[in-house]
Ligand binder design. Structure first.
Ligand code: DP6
Length: 324
């Protein structure tokens, strides 16, 4: 069978996905909104071959077995089921950004794997079907399939829980300046974290208020209203971390340096620099700003204690198939 290669960007959630109503199908407890991160990519090549004895997975030229291979294999099972094939596959991935550091690497990885895997298996799926497929590998991956600014609707079940673009990458020149901090503690992965969300007494309040935050965030994006975007993304990030910190057992993803960056960003905004923070399941701080402020934000972030480097990403494109 033919090999297929696809690329996908990670994404940063403005309104976060935290908690599932069905963990096996990754049906989220709430809708979410994100921006793809341009310039950062995962590139994945898939080849099904009935002569292979089993699936294999290589990432940045290193062979991976164990849990990583198992997660890839389970995902390939879904593709095999849809295509009615039994052949094992060879999966080769490469990326240009650090993994496991609060830049959603699993989002880009499963978006690229869905697009390349479906094509390699001879399936012809539309964007919504590919997004839904990617969701089964990693929830946030469904948002890396469409381009630009993206909304994942919760849906009523598996068929309609997918993401779609609400604005193209060129709609708004906002930039994500990612302040990379020294990592001291090993984090609890997001899959485990989602399972703990319902143990926090704050999760119900967070969920009840999410439609309001989604509406505010969607409108801020569509109207290119940075002040409104800043307020709602900071509130949404903090309410998710409140749930994390009050789940049983509690999850503290922040480091003291993360809080120092958050406080600095709030001060800069008060003084007129259009920037705002959001954090995923890790200590690094994503600082969103208008492109005109990116140089200044990047320079100021680099001077803060504990900030090792700053990655800068504009709105990114949809996942896509590449010519072999
Ligand atoms: C905090 O999509 O990584 O980044 O479905 O278990 O792979 P799995 O979880 P994942 O969770 C993302 C959590 C988040 C918020 C977000 O991206 O919406």
């Amino acid at each position: 069978m033919n090999a297929s290669t696809a690329t996908a960007c990670p994404n940063i959630a403005f309104i976060k996905y935290w908690g599932n109503r069905d963990a096996a199908l990754r049906l989220p407890a709430n809708g979410s909104l994100s921006m793809n991160l341009g310039g950062l990519w995962v590139r994945t090549r898939v080849q099904f071959d009935s002569a292979l004895l089993g699936d294999s997975f290589m990432l940045n030229r290193r062979v991976h077995g164990g849990a990583a291979l198992q997660r890839v294999s389970r995902f390939l099972d879904e593709i095999r089921r849809l295509a009615g094939i039994r052949a094992a596959a060879q999966v080769e991935s490469a990326n240009n950004f650090p993994m496991g550091v609060g830049v959603a690497s699993s989002a880009a990885a499963f978006a690229a794997l869905a697009v390349a895997g479906a094509a390699a298996a001879g399936l012809s799926l539309n964007e919504a079907q590919l997004s839904r497929l990617a969701r089964l590998g990693s929830g946030s991956a469904c948002r890396s399939v469409p381009g630009g600014f993206v909304e994942w609707q919760t849906g009523s079940g598996d068929p309609d829980s997918y993401a779609f673009s609400i604005a193209a990458p060129g709609h708004w020149a906002v930039v994500d300046c990612i302040a990379m901090l020294t990592q001291v503690h090993k984090e609890v992965g997001s899959t485990e974290g989602h399972a703990l969300a319902p143990t926090s007494p704050l999760q119900a309040a967070r969920l009840a208020d999410t439609p309001r935050r989604l509406d505010l965030c969607r409108a801020a994006i569509l109207q290119r209203d940075f002040a409104a975007l800043a307020e709602v993304i900071e509130e949404d990030s903090t309410i998710m971390h409140a749930v994390m910190m009050t789940s049983r057992p509690p999850l503290f993803y922040w480091q003291p340096e993360s809080l120092a960056v958050m406080q600095a960003v709030r001060g800069w905004r008060k003084a007129g620099l259009p920037c705002a923070f959001t954090l995923d399941a890790g200590p690094n701080v994503h600082v969103l700003c208008e492109a005109t402020a990116a140089g200044q934000v990047q320079a100021r972030l680099a001077e803060l204690p504990g900030v090792q480097s700053v990655l800068v990403a504009p709105p990114g494109a949809a996942a896509m198939l590449m010519k072999e």
